[in-house]
Design a protein around this ligand. Structure first.
Ligand code: 2AM
Length: 188
């Protein structure tokens, strides 16, 4: 039995994300407090706040090197995200903060990452990407309040491991990739 356990390939629950710096994290957490006052639900802990770029789910640990190679091959520019739109999804009862105006660099980053992931045989999300920071879970939502924008200077993206514990999910950044300032945009 112990041998069988040892032989079982280990799966990691992984996703690529934008991970906020401390100032941005503080501002997002305050937005969570504000949205919670409007809608209620369960406010996310400050240390969990992020934007998912690509969700991989359960991934064999042996594929980690291939995953890291995919991210390392992505060349994309840094940019600024303005999170200025509160939103609510009924199907999963999430309250979130998103963007009214999508920077082209964000789309490029997500597309370049997905192209690499798909070529390497990793699962990619077929639905259009909607950048959002989950602030509330299990919320009934309500009227969309006008919000104070949060500016997020995006200078890197990260690979994150999710571990589900007794108090919910904990996220650990396992690798970071800086974004550039001088990559020529690809032709549309
Ligand atoms: P969410 O914030 O909208 O729930 C870790 O679970 C991160 O991956 C979360 O940010 C979550 O988005 C995102 N994610 C995307 N697809 C997912 C899926 N099928 N299952 C769980 N999380 C998913």
């Amino acid at each position: 039995m112990a041998e069988a356990e040892a032989a079982r390939p280990e799966n990691l629950r992984l996703f690529f994300a934008l991970w906020p710096d401390d100032v941005t994290r503080g501002a997002l957490h305050r937005s969570g407090k504000w949205l919670h006052r409007h809608w209620g639900g369960r406010r996310m802990r400050a240390d969990t706040l992020h934007i998912t770029l690509a969700f991989l789910g359960a991934t064999p640990a042996g594929r980690l090197d291939a995953l890291i190679a995919c991210a390392g091959a992505v060349e994309a520019n840094s940019y600024e995200l303005t999170l200025d739109q509160a939103g609510y999804w009924r199907h999963n009862r999430i309250g979130w903060l998103g963007v009214q105006r999508m920077p082209p660099q964000h789309i490029e980053l997500v597309e370049k990452l997905n192209v690499r992931l798909q070529a390497a045989g990793f699962p990619v999300e077929p639905r259009p990407h909607v950048p959002h920071v989950t602030l509330l879970r299990n919320t009934p939502g309500g009227d969309i309040p006008e919000c104070r924008p949060v500016s997020w200077p995006v200078g890197e993206f990260v690979l994150v491991k999710s571990v589900t514990g007794p108090n919910g999910a904990h996220y650990a950044v396992i690798r970071r990739w800086p974004l550039e300032t001088d990559i020529a945009p690809t032709a549309a």
